[in-house]
Design a protein around this ligand. Sequence first.
Ligand SMILES: Nc1ncnc2c1ncn2[C@@H]1O[C@H](COP(=O)(O)OP(=O)(O)OP(=O)(O)O)[C@@H](O)[C@H]1O
Ligand SMILES: [Mg+2]
Length: 394
Amino acid sequence: MYLKKLELKNYRNYIHVNLNFDKNTILILGNNGNGKTNLLESIYYLSTGRSHRTYGQDEIINWESDYSKVKALIGSEKEDEPDCFIEIELHKGNNIKIKVDKIIRRKKSDFISILPSVIFSPDDLKIVKSGPMERRNFLDSILEKIDPSYYRQRLQYQKILTQRSSLIKSLNTRTGAVCNSTLDVWDDNLVKYGVDIIKKRYDLLTEFAADFKNCISSFFKGVKVNINYIFSWDRGYGSDGLADYENKKNPVMESFGPDDIMTIFHRELKESFKKDLLYKTTTIGPHRDDFMILLDSRNIRYFGSQGQQRIASISLRLCELDILKKKIKKDPVLLLDDVFSELDIERKKILVKAVSDKFQTFVTTTNISYLDKLDLEFGSKFLIKDNRIAVSDL
Ligand SMILES: Nc1ncnc2c1ncn2[C@@H]1O[C@H](COP(=O)(O)OP(=O)(O)OP(=O)(O)O)[C@@H](O)[C@H]1O
Ligand SMILES: [Mg+2]
């Protein structure tokens, strides 16, 4: 799929822009703070129903306005498939109106995934450097794109988790007495809904682990790479360092069946009851899972250089691209937001080789000085200045 036309009204710094694109590599050039990321964000929003950099929908609306519109015409690579017209109107207070081919739709799920996309953003460094939540979000965002039931499963799990944790809190603060049958119900439900989430994340990581290792190795020759799933019960409370991982009780098995996970999850949940009372929360479950990247047996999160961490985050996105290609059988749009700036020329070339495919690709940059050294052909070029975007013949 690819984006043929995009119209933005009151979207962040854009009061009104109307753009036409071809299915090729598109350059977006502009100085800092001119709106390059905002433009890619709007395309990502069309694709996923969410921004890649904020949870608050109202933030997207121009400060001087109380509504925002994103309209898009999506083309297909299949000749017999008609274009699709998406119209999204956002109003302050988290209100959204959706039309697909002029027909009003109620749910975001009616437009998300029409235009699959993968975004490479400077913020991706967080996946590697920040806490486990960022890594879980990375896996979840892929699963949501390839498995329509996953989002609902997570919501369901979250609800049960909140209820179990409230019960634990009340036990601790009131009498300390345990109503075993009530807790058992929440434990059973937590395991029932949590197992699928763990299994799906674990399988996803296992599926792209080999690709990931190859990918990093193409950037850094001779480096030994490992990527491992870490179950909540293998993490120490409040820390997730290498020591915890090495001392873990359940070594990663080659293939984990849902029954194995269910048995361990149940056992660990029961065993951690006292700890849960102490910390007034639920310490076991997929909401505390993580994964770890090791370069030459050291956790990249703590010991990797900024460049190595950047390459690891780019490699994760390249794996996402491969998984999407395999699973959804539609061409995704690639959004490369300022990804080249931190890489040396050799690694810029490797990245270009990895992404220059048959997909529509948007590349943003603040300077073009290095572009002619790369084997990157731009079909069209746009210059952003003073909140306006114009076709450029740079
Ligand atoms: N809701 C909003 N309404 C109006 N302007 C906004 C809104 N949100 C952000 N902005 C403005 O958009 C501009 C930032 O745009 P953006 O992040 O897309 O820039 P950029 O071109 O990617 O810059 P850089 O090269 O530094 O990454 C900022 O000047 C910011 O103040
Ligand atoms: Mg930017």
